[in-house]
Design a protein around this ligand. Structure first.
Ligand SMILES: [Zn+2]
Length: 213
């Protein structure tokens, strides 16, 4: 009850268009998201794996890496995935000024626009460090702040089996936005174990829309 009440208040104060934590539970859809790429050597097998299962996902790229690898940006884009913004250089957002945060957002969006020809309206702060002033500034720019409802904890750099085991212990739920990091091959290894399982459980996958209503 308390949780429902909290969710209700949060949705009034922070609607999904401003701050997206998870999607509606009505349909059995999962939203895979990948932070910190694109990185050569990881993105190719990851795209191949997603393609094999005909899955669309969302890539929160770093502007600095995207600028170095426009060919990887084209590869993600041409596979039909959504490309989103994860800042230019991944600074600790609790340690830089408000103006610098916005600069990070704009710089990365410019590179995304240059490399894909598409405007980007989704942003995830490094380490999910949000503050209200940032959320409101993003809202004014019609950019949605996207968090996650499930963390793969792949940043711990444990074997893929451990990542999969955690999801088995605490199963995913419809509408979950799941956080992975595609700067390390571990995300591919873990998804090789998890995707067949989730598909067998009847889940479908979708990319987040670049223009949330
Ligand atoms: Zn990150």
């Amino acid at each position: 009850m308390l949780r429902q009440l909290k969710q209700f208040y949060r949705s009034v104060i922070l609607p999904d268009r401003l701050f997206l934590l998870r999607k509606a539970k009505q349909e059995k859809i999962l939203y895979l998201t990948f932070d910190d790429g694109p990185v050569a050597g990881v993105i190719e097998p990851l795209l191949a794996l997603l393609d094999k299962h005909q899955i669309k996902a969302t890539f929160f790229v770093l502007g600095s890496r995207a600028a170095k690898h426009p060919e990887l940006m084209s590869a993600i884009h041409s596979c039909g995935h959504t490309i989103a913004n994860h800042s230019y250089s991944h600074p600790a957002f609790n340690k830089i000024s408000h103006a610098d945060k916005l600069k990070q957002v704009v710089q990365a969006n410019d590179i995304i626009q240059q490399t894909t020809g598409q405007a980007c309206r989704l942003f995830r702060a490094p380490q999910g460090r949000w503050d209200l002033r940032l959320l409101l500034a993003l809202g004014r720019k019609k950019i949605t702040a996207v968090h996650w409802s499930r963390d793969s904890m792949d940043f711990l750099k444990e074997p893929a089996e451990n990542i999969a085991a955690r999801f088995n212990q605490q199963p995913v739920q419809a509408g979950d936005i799941i956080l992975f990091h595609d700067d390390d091959i571990r995300c591919v290894e873990a998804l090789e174990l998890l995707l067949p399982l989730w598909l067998k459980q009847g889940y479908r996958f979708d990319a987040l829309e670049n223009n949330l209503k």
